[in-house]
Design a protein around this ligand. Structure first.
Ligand code: ADP
Length: 600
């Protein structure tokens, strides 16, 4: 099945420049909240250090001075310190979460804005689940990385500094020796970082594939069941999951490889401190309070020190997501807003193709020197074998793609030189596959004219022969039609789409007739609705069933991107060329199968 697709060029910025960009672009705007969070972290770190320091006084009060009231006082002070630490920790955690949520929200918006400013080409042939995973991973990892940095600096570094001060005050020589273990730890960690990055990237690809299979199964559940593909899909998902699991295990092995090494180094440092500290108390008369306070500070410093040492490792996992985020945000808009161009102004809505040549790929011409006119208020039909270029004509008219050579002129204005939005405002497109949005029937009709009144919606539905079936639903126009509108029949969906186009009241209609055959009653209603829609408007229709265009004002037969014949239905039949052959073929297909007379 589909392999990993690299949707976008991979971002290869260095870790440092990514972090720098994150801090300046995303964190700086929240500096006030960060200042509060840092202050609270400082309070918590101070409380931790003070707690460690006071242990020395408690031990001395107990063992040296035998002073019970002093111990009680110190105990109360300790309780207060820890309460303050608790409150400060709570405050900084909620503050950081709030900042994080804000950053996630901002990134989700930025990524979506970038997505909708891309052209159709960007989306075609790419799996939507890849975008979903990107949106999810990208948005969260920016805040994760920033929070990682902030807590590393704010919580771990401040605590470490506080505790080192306590250690240095209690025993400067011992403090110095405790830190000789740091350099070897850093050297080993550095080596692991590059591997981690590669594994994390594979994990991302793996999770994309899982989403892809799940999404395809959900969307295509009818086909999956009808073709009994459950086991095949399960096997595919199993393979995706096994791959992801394998990568995740690899990640765990490498990422946690640091722990045993650091624990062992820490153990040696503590052992050394114990021997030296014990020797100091026994041989040189140092107070036990000093010894305990030092040990407490040392043990408390161990966790933040460990986290700081791992920081680079954890950052490099998070930065995979940040790269994914920037890959989307930085993608230059392939369909940049061109509202600055003049707006298309229609008088009669006459559409002219002048020697239009176009190909989706440079080496492949799909539309060749095409010239035709769709007369104002008339119906022009495009017919021909599949792959002839009919849909491409629509794609070019809607400016989903720009013409290669030649021009498309509407009422004397080149569509390439007017704003895309003004062009699309004047065109109502009814496609074969009617896409209904999550929402009610009313919402789906109103898409054609945001803010349409109830009367307008009902009038459009009536003209599209949709009012009757909509009113027959218990919830009427408030009936939810679901993500893909599965509750409506094919003919009903089409009539909703026609109502949507009617309410838009655009002077140009592009109609891609549905190929799926409807029952004759349903077809009659759809046909009638289409007639309402096309009345007095310049209509270009892609016709699959020729009897529907018998009355078209002009029929263009398209083959291999060229118009090979044109004229009215009767003329073309009389001519006995491509259209006539086409027509005969269809009539033959529709002839009833002769029934065998049954002998009585
Ligand atoms: P029709 O609508 O007459 O069936 P199309 O306009 O859809 O024909 O297609 C014309 C040709 O362009 C076909 O050969 C088709 O494979 C190709 N084509 C259509 N869309 C794309 C695309 N997005 N990328 C590349 N080729 C395409």
């Amino acid at each position: 099945m589909s392999g990993p697709k690299q949707v976008l060029p991979e971002n290869t910025d260095s870790a440092w420049s990514l972090v720098h960009r994150l801090l300046t672009e995303q964190a700086l705007g929240q500096w006030k909240r960060y200042a509060i969070a840092f202050t609270l972290m400082g309070v918590a770190a101070g409380a931790t250090a003070l707690g460690a320091y006071l242990i020395g006084d408690v031990i001395n009060a107990a063992y040296v001075d035998k002073n019970l009231p002093g111990i009680v006082t110190l105990a109360i002070v300790t309780a207060v310190i820890f309460t303050i630490k608790g409150a400060a920790t709570y405050g900084q955690a909620t503050m950081l979460a709030r900042i994080g949520n804000r950053i996630v929200a901002q990134n989700q918006r930025r990524m979506f804005t970038s997505l909708v400013s891309q052209n159709i080409d960007f989306f075609s042939n790419r799996h939507s689940s890849e975008f979903m995973v990107r949106l999810q991973t990208g948005a969260t990892s920016a805040s994760a990385v920033i929070n990682l940095l902030v807590t590393a600096i704010g919580r771990d570094l401040l605590s470490l500094i506080g505790l080192i001060v306590v250690m240095a005050v209690q025993d400067p020589i011992m403090s110095f020796f405790s830190f000789v273990v740091a350099p070897p730890a850093f050297i080993v960690l550095r080596k692991m970082i590059r591997r981690i990055y590669k594994i994390a990237r594979n994990q991302f690809t793996g999770s994309t594939k899982i989403m892809e299979t799940m999404q395809e199964t959900v969307h295509g559940i009818r086909i999956v069941k009808a073709f009994t593909q459950e086991d095949a899909m399960r096997a595919r998902l199993d393979a995706n999951i096994a791959e992801f699991e394998h990568e995740s295990n690899k990640w765990a092995r490498v990422a946690h490889r640091a722990s045993p090494m650091m624990e062992a180094l820490g153990g040696f440092a503590i052992a050394g401190a114990l021997v030296y500290g014990g020797w100091r108390v026994i041989e040189t008369g140092a107070t036990p309070g000093q010894f305990f306070s030092f040990l407490a500070a040392f043990m408390l410093a161990y966790e933040p020190a460990k986290r700081l040492a791992r920081l680079n490792l954890d950052l490099s996992t998070g930065l995979v997501g940040v790269r994914i985020l920037f890959e989307i945000i930085d993608h230059p808009p392939t369909e940049p807003n061109d509202d600055a161009k003049p707006a298309l102004k229609l008088t009669t809505a006459r559409v002219d193709f002048h020697d239009v040549t176009f190909g989706y790929r440079p080496e492949e011409v799909v539309v060749r020197d095409m010239t035709f006119t769709a007369e104002p208020g008339k119906m022009t039909a495009l017919v021909g074998p599949s792959g002839g270029g009919k849909s491409t004509v629509f794609n070019l008219l809607l400016r989903f793609y720009e013409v290669g050579k030649g021009s498309i002129i509407i009422d004397g204005q080149n569509v390439a030189e007017v704003s895309r939005n003004s062009l699309r405002h004047q065109i109502a497109y009814v496609g074969q596959d009617v896409f209904l949005f999550h929402g009610t029937v009313r919402d789906n009709i109103a898409i054609g004219k945001p803010g349409a009144s109830e009367d307008e919606i009902i009038a459009a539905a009536k003209a599209a022969h949709a009012h009757e079936f909509i009113s027959s639903f218990p919830q009427g126009y408030d009936t939810p039609v679901g993500e893909r509108g599965t509750q409506l029949s094919g003919g009903e969906r089409q009539r909703v789409a026609i109502a949507r186009a009617l309410i838009k009241n655009a002077p140009i209609i592009l109609l891609d007739e549905a190929t799926a055959s409807l029952d004759s009653e349903s077809e009659r209603l759809v046909q009638d609705a289409i007639e309402h829609l096309c009345q007095g408007r310049s209509t270009i229709v892609i016709a699959h069933r020729l009897h529907t265009i018998a009355h078209a004002d002009r029929i263009l037969v398209l083959e291999n991107g060229s118009i090979v014949e044109s004229g009215r239905h009767d003329e073309l039949l009389r001519k006995g060329g491509r259209y006539a052959a086409f027509y005969r073929l269809q009539i033959k297909e529709q002839e009833p199968i002769p029934t065998i007379p049954v002998a009585s």
